[in-house]
Design a protein around this ligand. Structure first.
Ligand code: G1P
Ligand code: ZN
Length: 549
């Protein structure tokens, strides 16, 4: 390199051993990411591993959390040093995960780097993350993230262009070394896509005819999207979007749209006399959604089943679904619908990346997870606002309430009572020994009494991808009972403190008139059963989960 080259090579004294991406990218505390060379090491590994970097187009943005601005600056300078041709980034760096996926596809990009720790809290005392998406717009496949990890372990240096901070205040164009930087509005293209999929005028007429809605962006990325979409295109009254300005620490809120963390919205809707008919919230980076009706909460597994059952209400899907998929721990409510409607259905491991091949191969149109994620083949990520529009379109078409829609669904298809219990921040050794002990019981408990039934089968979920035959095992302990119920245990791959144990309970009741039954009550035998079998309270010292969904 000539003396005047702007590219610098910086030595990393010791490589980092803890840069193995989890369920969705590398996620650590914000302070951890601020260690000298830490972010740079991971980014260097991405640029050395991602196909097509030299001469390619890259999408870059994030959910606005603390660390975003610094990371964008570093990544732009490193991208230029790695001869990326063009980076498309956004005003203030604001880019939701589904919008990033859309931009990758629109621009034939090599992929995206999304700066987010999703639904984890933000700020200097919160978490930061780097997600990597491939050229199909979806989360990078396991084989690529494994390569990236391998690269980080032996890395001794990285390349970066000399300091050059660019302003992200408005749409603009810059050049760094030989690389073009295009700054666009991160909301526009996404809105155009939504306009193609839905009949927004019909939704607008419906919600402005005495069907009050509330949307909580939890001070995270969906604020600007929801304002333009809900208060703009759908003409909902100003103030419909709450907490709509992205803040670096999410204003102290935990941007996870569930009943625990989006409790303000839940309080507003769960009141039977609420003046609101519909409520929704999205997570930090906009891929998750929670749906509420007046006096009712829609379990995400039911939400997926209801979207599939009513696909005919939505313009983009009314001609039929190619197939549907759910992650293994998601309830089988969607399977019941798919069987009834003769739609092919698939079961995949936890994590959106496992839907990618099925979507790319045209095998499925809609997919979802119990963890508040639903999406379709319009992008390659789950999409929070898309799910909100899908729900509103069904309600507008049928002109009924959320509670009525759910009641009709359960009467027709039966109800899968379902709940997830999370035990967060367990010391890692305790979590692993609990999990391993339970797994070792496998052969010993078949046929034994469990929760008023008996154990029919127990295994650890394995998956062979039907498209590329890739194989993955150890995806969660499954206990199936003779009466059709099941309990699943997994250790989370997205936590940053200790270990998180997730337990999923499911019990199916064919067409039920008992619509008010509380799932915790309906599942109480399973809940007690697993506590004594896996010794959860004794081993963790926790007598209740930290989050119940
Ligand atoms: C969690 C969810 C999973 C989701 C992922 C990313 O992963 O359970 O469904 O795909 O977040 O949003 P986990 O922490 O369970 O590994
Ligand atoms: Zn997310």
């Amino acid at each position: 390199m000539s003396v005047s080259s702007p590219i610098q090579t910086i030595k990393i004294p010791t490589s980092f051993s803890d840069q193995k991406p989890g369920t969705s990218g590398l996620r650590k505390s914000s302070r951890h990411f601020e260690q000298t060379h830490y972010l740079e090491s991971f980014i260097e590994a991405i640029f050395r591993t991602l196909p097509g970097v030299e001469g390619g187009t890259l999408i870059l943005g994030g959910d606005g959390r603390y660390g975003n601005r610094r990371a964008i600056d570093i990544i732009l300078r490193m991208a230029a040093a790695h001869h990326v041709k063009r980076v498309i980034t956004t005003v203030d760096g604001i880019l939701s995960t589904p919008a990033a996926s859309n931009l990758v596809r629109l621009n034939n990009a090599i992929g995206a780097i999304i700066l987010s720790a999703s639904h984890n809290s933000g700020g200097i005392n919160g978490d930061f993350g780097v997600k990597i998406n491939g050229s199909n717009g979806g989360p990078a496949q396991e084989s690529l993230t494994d390569e990236i990890y391998k690269c980080t372990q032996t890395l001794t240096e990285y390349s970066i262009c000399k300091n050059q901070t660019i302003s992200l205040q408005k749409p603009d164009k810059y050049v760094i070394f030989n690389m073009e930087v295009t700054i666009i509005d991160g909301v526009d293209d996404y809105l155009k896509l939504m306009q193609k999929l839905f009949d927004l005028d019909k939704i607008s007429d419906f919600i402005n005819d005495d069907f009050h809605i509330a949307f909580d962006a939890l001070n995270a990325v969906t604020g600007p999207y929801a304002k333009k979409l809900i208060e703009g295109l759908l003409k909902a009254p100003e103030g419909t979007v709450r907490n709509g300005i992205p803040k670096e620490d999410f204003g102290g809120l935990h941007p996870d749209p569930n009943l625990t963390y989006a409790n303000k919205l839940a309080e507003l809707l769960l009141d039977k006399n609420s003046s609101y008919s519909f409520g929704a919230a999205c997570d930090g980076d906009g891929d998750r959604n929670m749906i509420l009706g007046r006096g009712c909460f829609v379990n995400p597994s039911d939400s997926l089943a209801i979207l599939v059952a009513n696909y005919k209400c939505v313009p983009a899907y009314c001609n039929g679904l190619k197939g549907v998929a759910r992650s293994m721990p998601t309830s089988s409510a969607v399977d019941v619908v798919a069987k009834e409607l003769a739609i092919p259905y698939y079961e995949t491991p936890t994590g959106w990346k496992f839907f990618g091949n099925l979507l790319d191969a045209g095998k499925i149109t809609i997919c979802g997870e119990e963890s508040f994620g639903t999406g379709s083949d319009h992008v390659r990520e789950k999409d929070g606002l898309w799910a909100v529009l899908f729900w509103l379109q069904i309600l507008a078409e049928k002109r009924i309430s959320v509670a009525e829609l759910m009641k009709d669904h359960w009467l027709r298809f039966g109800r899968n009572y379902y709940s997830r219990h999370d035990y967060e921040n367990i010391p890692t050794d305790i979590a692993f020994s609990l999990y391993e002990r339970l797994e070792s019981l496998s052969n010993k408990i078949i046929g034994k009494n469990f929760a008023g039934s008996s154990v029919k089968h127990m295994d650890n979920f394995e998956y062979k991808d039907p498209i590329d035959n890739s194989f993955i095992d150890q995806q969660g302990i499954r206990i199936f009972l003779a009466n059709g119920s099941r309990v699943i245990l997994r250790l989370s791959g997205t936590g940053t403190k200790g270990s998180t144990l997730r337990i999923y309970f499911e019990d199916y009741v064919p067409s039920t008139g008992d619509l008010k039954q509380d799932p915790q009550w309906a599942l109480k035998n399973l809940i007690q059963g697993i506590d004594s079998l896996a010794e959860i309270s004794t081993r963790t010292g926790m007598n209740r989960p930290t989050v119940i969904t």
